[in-house]
Structure formats: structure tokens, C-alpha cells
Write a protein that binds this ligand. Structure first.
Ligand SMILES: N[C@@H](CCC(=O)N[C@@H](CS)C(=O)NCC(=O)O)C(=O)O
Length: 212
């Protein structure tokens, strides 16, 4: 019997990028849903991931803790598929850039907003948290401009770069950051959420408690 890659995640967390990529790529995974945040709600998880963060992918000897890297890995695990852009193809550079951009530049200010405004209200950091909300909205300019006249970010097709960036737009809606999202990006998000692969991923994650 072949061991499946094991994905530890919390429903609706950044791990949705990985669950979604697995569905789109047709890669079977052993999905293990944890309560959020695992460092407090499932402290035994720290033994397998001392960071305490989700997602974590274990595939044989490989262990990965970055949602965008996991999404790309699942899309290319058996060789390049249309879900990734291969070296030598047009837009390969842009594919790499937007896949990294998603978490490093877009989700980063969102998580500071969530910590300061939603999770640790009692610390008196709310004002700073709202400044991070504005910073997040300003940073959407790159996505907005790239999608002018395009349905998808790269190579004229749906790829992991879309999964990674659109997750940030979905998170924004859930945490009260939707007012600064341009209509064109809302429409992009709605289009991607209608995909069968997204619906299946969300359905699979619905078996666990929601993260946010
Ligand atoms: N850059 C990492 C960040 C992982 C991360 O911070 N995940 C959040 C959930 S969205 C988490 O686990 N937070 C709980 C904690 O830090 O204890 C990624 O993209 O996967």
C-alpha cells in the first residue's frame, strides 16, 4: 500500500491553498483537520511541527510548512501539469512571482490585522491593526493591474498562482477586510470560488472546525 501525503490543516486557514491544489491536481491526500489554533487546541501537534502553524505536509521524508510551496509541490509532484507554469514557458517568472507574492506581500499584513484587531483586542493594538488593513488594500494594486484584461494571473490559464493569491481575497471577506477590495478582484474571487476543485476542497475541509 502506498502512503499518501499527509496534510495537517485547519479548515479555512492558509492550508486551503494546499487542499485546493490537491483537488485541482487530482493528488490524493490524507487530510487531517485540527482545531484552531493547534498550538493551544491540539498541543501534541507541536511534537510534529514545533512552529505550531498550519498547513504541514508530510510526504515520505519531506516536510513542508509553507502553503504556497505546498500548493506548487502538489501541482508538480508527478511532473509539471497545467496547474503550474514550467521553466521555459511564457510567464514562468510571473508565475513564481505571484505565487510568492500571495503570502509574503498580501497575506502578511492581513495576519497582523487579524492579530491586532480580532484575536488580541485586549492588547490595545487596534489602531495599528487598522493601519495594516490600509496597507493590505494598497498592496492589492499589483493583482488589480495584472488582472486588467486577463481572466487568470499567468499563462492564460488557471494555476497555483491564482489559488495562492485568491485565497488572500477569500480570507479578506471572512475577516472584515472586504471594503477595500476593488470590484474587479471581487469578481475574480467569485469566478474562482465557482470552480469544482474549490468546492470539493471546501467540502472536504468542512468536516473540521472552522479556523476563523
Ligand atoms: N507562511 C506560512 C504561514 C503559516 C501560518 O502562520 N498559518 C496560520 C494559519 S493561517 C497559523 O498556523 N496560525 C496559528 C499559529 O501561528 O499558532 C504559510 O503560508 O503556510
Amino acid at each position: 500500500m502506498v502512503d499518501l501525503p499527509i496534510l495537517y490543516t485547519c479548515a479555512g486557514s492558509r492550508g486551503l491553498r494546499a487542499t485546493w491544489a490537491a483537488e485541482e491536481a487530482g493528488v490524493e491526500i490524507d487530510l487531517r483537520l485540527l482545531p484552531f489554533p493547534p498550538r493551544f487546541q491540539a498541543p501534541e501537534y507541536l511534537e510534529i511541527n514545533p512552529l505550531g502553524t498550519v498547513p504541514l505536509l508530510i510526504d515520505g521524508a519531506a516536510r513542508m510548512t509553507e502553503s504556497c510551496a505546498i500548493a506548487h509541490y502538489l501541482a508538480t509532484r508527478g511532473g509539471y501539469t497545467d496547474l503550474a507554469v514550467a521553466p521555459g514557458e511564457p510567464d514562468y517568472a510571473e508565475y513564481c512571482d505571484f505565487t510568492y507574492h500571495a503570502d509574503a506581500t498580501i497575506t502578511f499584513p492581513q495576519t497582523v490585522f487579524m492579530r491586532f484587531v480580532l484575536f488580541e483586542k485586549d492588547k490595545g493594538w487596534e489602531e495599528a491593526g487598522h493601519a495594516y488593513a490600509k496597507w493590505f488594500w494598497k498592496r492589492l494594486i499589483k493583482l488589480e493591474q495584472r488582472l486588467e484584461g486577463r481572466e487568470f494571473l499567468c499563462a492564460g490559464r488557471f494555476t497555483v498562482a491564482d489559488i495562492c493569491c485568491s485565497y488572500a481575497l477569500m480570507l479578506a471577506e471572512r475577516v472584515g477586510l472586504d471594503e477595500g477590495i476593488p470590484d474587479s478582484l471581487k469578481a475574480y474571487r467569485e469566478r474562482l470560488m465557482r470552480r469544482d476543485g474549490f468546492q470539493r476542497a471546501r467540502e472536504r475541509e468542512s468536516a473540521g472546525p472552522a479556523a476563523i
